[in-house]
Design a protein around this ligand. Structure first.
Ligand SMILES: [Zn+2]
Length: 451
């Protein structure tokens, strides 16, 4: 719909085209077949049969057909025109709804003021107009030209308290533009945070090269100068891990072995994983290799291979190639020579970490990812909706963090995890008294892969 040029034209609530003439309001009906005329109906649809024909080229009134059953209502026409002006202003400037309503309606006639809709109704139409305008402007074709509306760059942590949410931006005109979102105030405590388990910010990157990850880390450090983690747990690719290690050479980086779940999906085994208890346990036994002392891994893989259902062999092979290193050859004395694994063992093995009482799994991060997935059920949400979604996720996380800070983790859950931790520690302490397969089964029955 072309933007109306004539002051008789109105913007109606649901995007229907409206216009006024001689004290009456009309709703656009259709065009004539030859495209030269536009047909309008009186907005008292059903009650009034009057029609209006206008020229499609210059919008001029050609004729009025029929007689109105309603009286001309100049106040309603005036209010409708003001409401159109209000919506236009709402899209163009950032004044609050009350400021907008006052400035648009202050010049109204007394008669019009008497029939004004309530402030609530007007505020709602302002918000709706802004949202529609954002939607139309969204999904820019080219990331270098994105201009983010001011209100999306801010975060309201509690009513009336704002802080920046767009905390990093490599700038308009950058073809490899990076946008970084997070709470600016996180910079106040992030320096105290030794281990990062949960996403503290969200970055939109054009691709996943190590170079871009390095730029992203620079942006984070610029936003939060105190950011200096000693350890980070991540599902990212090696590009991120390398960039991270280059920026924080002393930090420990480790991965969970949850990528196994994706492998099961690739092999169309997820349905069996979900529905067959013993199959699921076998699959988790592959992940449980992370609990095996590094020196016993070769033996554990060999014994597990015999015990697994054959459909899971490709998963075991994947684990071996990715995390342990693919088999090159076996020396006469039995020594096994492997390729360098993609992920060094220090990064994923939880054996020592369990003995040391460090956090084994990553329940916080997993809950956070689940939450992200529910928020972004749509595959390709447009950018503005995506940012709105990030803010909702951030609010949810603020709530969890506040609870965590006040020590109010749900007691039942805490007990459950403590119990699991205790059982796993017991197993790990007694690795050598179990058979390898029994040990793996024991570990595997104490955790689930993230859903
Ligand atoms: Zn009428």
């Amino acid at each position: 719909m072309a933007s109306p040029s004539n002051s008789n034209n109105l913007v109606s609530q649901r995007g229907k085209c409206k216009r006024t003439h001689d004290g009456h309001i009309y709703i656009r009906d259709k065009c004539s077949k030859d495209g030269t005329r536009v047909f309008w109906r009186c907005h008292h649809l059903g009650a009034c049969k009057a029609r209006l024909h206008t020229s499609a080229s210059d919008d001029g009134v050609l004729k009025v057909l029929g007689v109105h059953s309603d009286e001309p209502n100049p106040s309603a026409v005036e209010v409708a025109a003001k409401r159109t002006a209000l919506k236009r202003r709402a899209e163009e400037c950032q004044e609050t709804p009350l400021q907008l309503i006052e400035s648009v309606f202050e010049s109204s006639t007394q008669a019009a003021k008497l029939v004004l809709p309530s402030c609530e109704t007007l505020s709602r139409s302002i918000n709706r107009a802004r949202k529609n305008a954002m939607r139309q402007a969204a999904s820019p074709q080219d990331r270098s030209s994105i201009v983010i509306p001011e209100e999306l760059t801010m975060y309201e942590s509690e009513p009336g308290v704002f802080e920046r949410f767009l905390i990093g931006d490599t700038g308009e005109g950058d073809p490899a533009r990076i946008l970084l979102f997070g709470r600016e105030s996180v910079g106040e405590w992030i320096g105290l945070s030794r281990k990062i388990f949960v996403d503290v910010c969200y970055a939109l990157l054009p691709d996943k090269s190590q170079n871009l990850y390095a730029r992203m880390i620079q942006l984070i450090r610029a936003a939060w100068p105190a950011f200096a983690p000693e350890a980070i747990s991540t599902d990212f690719e090696m590009g991120f891990v390398n960039a991270f290690t280059a920026s924080f050479p002393d930090a420990e980086t480790w991965l969970s072995v949850q990528k196994m779940k994706k492998k099961l999906g690739d092999l169309n085994l997820l349905s069996r994983y979900r529905n067959e208890g013993s199959f699921a346990l076998s699959a988790r036994m592959i992940c449980a290799l992370a609990f095996v002392p590094l020196g016993d891994l070769n033996n554990a893989i060999a014994e597990l291979a015999v015990a697994l259902p054959h459909e899971l062999m490709p998963v075991l092979k994947y684990f071996e190639d990715t995390y342990v290193g693919s088999l090159l050859h076996i020396l006469p004395d039995g020594t096994i020579i492997r390729r360098e694994p993609l992920f060094p063992q220090s990064m994923w093995s939880v054996h020592l970490r369990t003995l040391n009482g460090d956090s084994r799994t990553n329940n916080y991060a997993e809950a956070a990812h689940r939450r992200l997935q529910t928020e972004f059920g749509v595959k390709h949400p447009n950018l503005w909706r995506f940012i709105e979604g990030l803010k909702r996720v951030q609010h949810h996380r603020d709530m969890l963090y506040a609870r965590f800070e006040s020590g109010n983790r749900p007691a039942a859950k805490r007990r459950k995890y403590e119990e699991i931790d205790r059982r796993v520690l017991e197993l790990v302490n007694n690795f050598h008294i179990h058979t390898v397969v029994g040990y793996l089964r024991g570990c595997a029955s104490n955790f689930v892969m993230n859903p």
